[in-house]
Structure formats: C-alpha cells, structure tokens
Design a protein around this ligand. Structure first.
Ligand SMILES: NC(=O)C1=CN([C@@H]2O[C@H](COP(=O)(O)OP(=O)(O)OC[C@H]3O[C@@H](n4cnc5c(N)ncnc54)[C@H](O)[C@@H]3O)[C@@H](O)[C@H]2O)C=CC1
Ligand SMILES: O=C(O)C(=O)Cc1ccc(O)cc1
Length: 367
C-alpha cells in the first residue's frame, strides 16, 4: 500500500463512480475532487465519496500523483492544456474517461512532449443516460470493459499502476490503440446514439400529422430509445470528436436501409425473412447476452402484471437449490406483460429453472 493523492477532475456520473470505487479499494489513498459547481462537491463530501473538494483546479492538481479527467471530451483537452502550465508533481500520471480516444491521446502527446508527465487514455465502457454525481455508483463498471489506450507518454509499468488504482472498479481492462478504439466504439456506442435520437425525432415529426402516434410506442421503441435521453452536451462532443468513423457507420447503415427498402418495394418476402433471421441469430450469439455480469446466466420470463408473480415463479424452484444472483422485474403496465429477469450462477441452474417454469406455467421464457 502506498500513500497517493488521486485527483478526480469532474464529479459527474463517471467521475463520481470512479471516485467511489477508488476510495473503497484503497483506503490509504487521499482522493480529491475538482468540480466547478458547489452542489456536487457538497454531496461528495457528505457521502464520503472523496476526502477533499475544491473549485480550484490548479491547487488540487499540483498536489496530485494521479489525475483523472472526467469532462466532455473537448473540455478534457482544455484541462490538459491547463495542466501543462502548472508545476505538477514529477512523473504525475494523467488519464481520462472520455468516450473517444484518438483526439485526446494526440493532444496529450503534443501538450506534454518533453515533460515528465505520463498519460494513458481511459474509457470505462459502462454508464447510463443519467448524468451527475447523484447517479454515481461504485459498481457501475463491474465486469464492464475498461479500455486503456497507452501513448508515447506511457510505459507498461504505468499501465500496471493505473490498473491497480482502478482495480476496485472490478472492470475488465483491455488495451487498444486510440484508432481501433474509435473505430469500434463508433459501431457499438456512438452510432447507436445517433439512431436512438433519430428514432425519437422521427416519431415526433410524424406525430405532428397524427398526434396519437406517440401513445402507441411500446416496449420495442422504449428499448431502442432509452439512450436518446442522454446528455446532448456529451453526445455533441463525441460526434465532433469521432466524425469520420461515425459518418462511415451512417453510410453503411444507409446502405442497409436502402437494401431492405428495395426488398419491401419488390415484395421479396423470403429475403425479408432472411434479413430478420440473420439478425436474430447474430444477436443471440453476441456477448451482450451475458450482460455486464459475464459468466452469469439470465432467464427472461414474460409474466403477467400481478403483484405475486415473483413469488409464484420462485415457488417453482422450491427444493432445487438453485443459486440465484439477481432478480429484476422490468416496468409492467396493467394488462401488458412485464419481463422478469432472473440471473443464475451456473448454466445448469439456468437450464433447470427454464425447465421448471415451462413445466409449471405457460409463460414464455427466453435466454
Ligand atoms: N455517461 C456515460 O454513460 C459515459 C460517459 N463517458 C465519458 O465520461 C465523461 C464524463 O461524462 P459523465 O460523467 O457522464 O457526464 P456528467 O454530465 O455526469 O459530468 C460531467 C462533468 O463535467 C463538468 N463540466 C462540464 N462542463 C464544464 C465546464 N465548462 N467547466 C468545468 N466543468 C465542467 C460537470 O460539472 C461534471 O462534473 C465524458 O467525456 C463522457 O464521454 C464514458 C463512459 C460512459
Ligand atoms: O446508457 C448506456 O447504455 C450507454 O451507452 C452508456 C455509455 C455512454 C457512453 C460511453 O462512452 C459508454 C457507455
């Protein structure tokens, strides 16, 4: 154990979650936090998320051994520039949590060329559409990938040091080049946010003609658009920071839409079936089915909206000694089925439970 001062700059959802995890994992560390506004600072002290808070970035930065920037991407680059003007500690280790990596790593390499500061880009691949320290959670990154992008300002021992500092996030660390990171996250994160926002805007436009439309949005629309409630500040910056990869995805996607449109125009029902079947098979093979809790096994049960349904389903398992890790019921509405999600520790328990539910009820069960 070593005494270190860790500065969390930006006490929002990500900064707050990192601070919580770091402090819980390393009680010997002094964790300080910069935030421009007072309410998050007061909250963080009250909740014992950090040891010290201030709106004086420079004063905290010069005392820090490790600095993690948790701002919208472009602002983190501005803060890197500020850091370069300060008498920082020798060999200070700097990282960030931004959703794009090429721009910030290139900026750090230029800004700190010839200085002793070390820089490693970071991106925890978990989060929420919510913002702010109030939504922060020390388990936010558990089992999620945490991408680290080394730079010319870092060596393997620096990576090991950063992983140790972040170890209590319980994330899975992966090293990628900034370029590969930005290409891949454009597909799985940045472009889907563009689609979600477009779906909502599209429904709204159509509702100008037929106002009842929005009332008919069901579970599928809700699942596909939750992230449209994300912060516009953050997403505008992400698009500006990774434009070429996102434009490429928009072009690829436009081609896919044009293809399916053509199939519909030509009434090619067999090909349309193949289009959906291919997606269904591919999705079932994607690692997202393991969720954040890799190696845990989920069952999704379509259940009626009644108060004792969890009791009822658990009753089917009586005497089978199944290890259940988590039970969650997604929002249900009167007369509409809800989804009961039960997470098991082993595949065998998942199979047994599936069998028992099918034997005792006519509920649909999915993995
Ligand atoms: N929200 C998410 O799900 C994820 C976000 N990220 C990245 O993490 C970074 C932080 O995002 P969140 O914590 O979600 O956002 P947030 O909105 O919860 O927090 C942003 C922080 O930046 C500060 N800030 C904003 N403008 C400022 C300014 N002009 N001067 C000083 N401070 C300012 C705010 O006070 C706040 O502390 C972003 O770069 C984002 O791309 C990465 C992974 C997941
Ligand atoms: O809300 C969600 O599900 C997200 O997609 C969270 C998220 C947002 C930004 C990132 O860079 C990584 C993860």
């Amino acid at each position: 154990m070593s005494q270190k001062t860790i500065l969390i700059a930006g006490l929002g959802l990500i900064g707050g979650s990192l601070a919580r995890a770091i402090k819980l994992g390393h009680t010997d560390y002094h964790v300080s936090a910069y935030n421009r506004s007072q309410a998050p600072r007061d909250f963080a002290i009250q909740e014992k998320i950090v040891d010290e808070v201030s709106d004086d970035f420079a004063a905290l930065a010069v005392k820090a051994d490790v600095i993690i920037l948790n701002f919208p991407v472009q602002l983190s680059i501005d803060f890197l520039k500020k850091l370069a003007t300060l008498p920082l500690k020798e060999n200070v280790l700097i990282s960030d949590s931004g959703s794009t990596k090429t721009e910030i790593v290139a900026a750090a390499e230029t800004i700190f060329a010839g200085k002793s500061a070390r820089f490693i880009g970071g991106h925890p691949m978990a989060g929420s559409h919510k913002t702010g320290v109030i939504a922060s959670d020390e388990l936010l990154f558990e089992n999620a990938y945490y991408i680290l992008t080394p730079s010319t300002l870092s060596e393997p021992k620096d990576l090991a040091e950063l992983k140790d500092i972040l170890s209590n996030t319980r994330a899975k660390f992966v090293e990628l080049s900034p370029k590969d990171h930005d290409a891949m996250t454009a597909v799985t994160s940045h472009f889907p946010h563009v689609v979600a926002a477009s779906l909502v805007n599209n429904a709204h436009d159509f509702a100008q003609l037929m106002p009842f439309t929005e009332n008919l949005a069901a579970g599928g629309f809700r699942d596909m658009t939750r992230i449209a409630e994300s912060s516009p500040d953050m997403w505008a910056e992400i698009l500006m920071s990774n434009p070429d990869n996102i434009i490429y995805q928009i072009d690829q996607f436009s081609q896919k839409l044009a293809q399916i449109k053509q199939l519909i125009v030509q009434r090619q029902s067999a090909e349309i079936w193949d289009f959906f079947d291919q997606a269904r098979k591919l999705r079932s093979l994607m690692p997202i089915h393991k969720g954040a809790l890799e190696n845990f096994y989920d069952l999704f049960i379509s259940v009626p909206d009644k108060s004792d349904v969890i009791h009822e389903v658990l009753g089917y398992f009586a005497g089978h000694n199944l290890s259940i890790i988590n039970i969650k019921i997604n929002e249900t509405r009167v007369e509409i089925n809800g989804v009961l999600q039960i997470t098991f520790k082993t595949e065998q328990d998942q199979k047994t439970a599936e069998h028992l539910i099918k034997e005792n009820s006519d509920y649909d069960v999915y993995k």
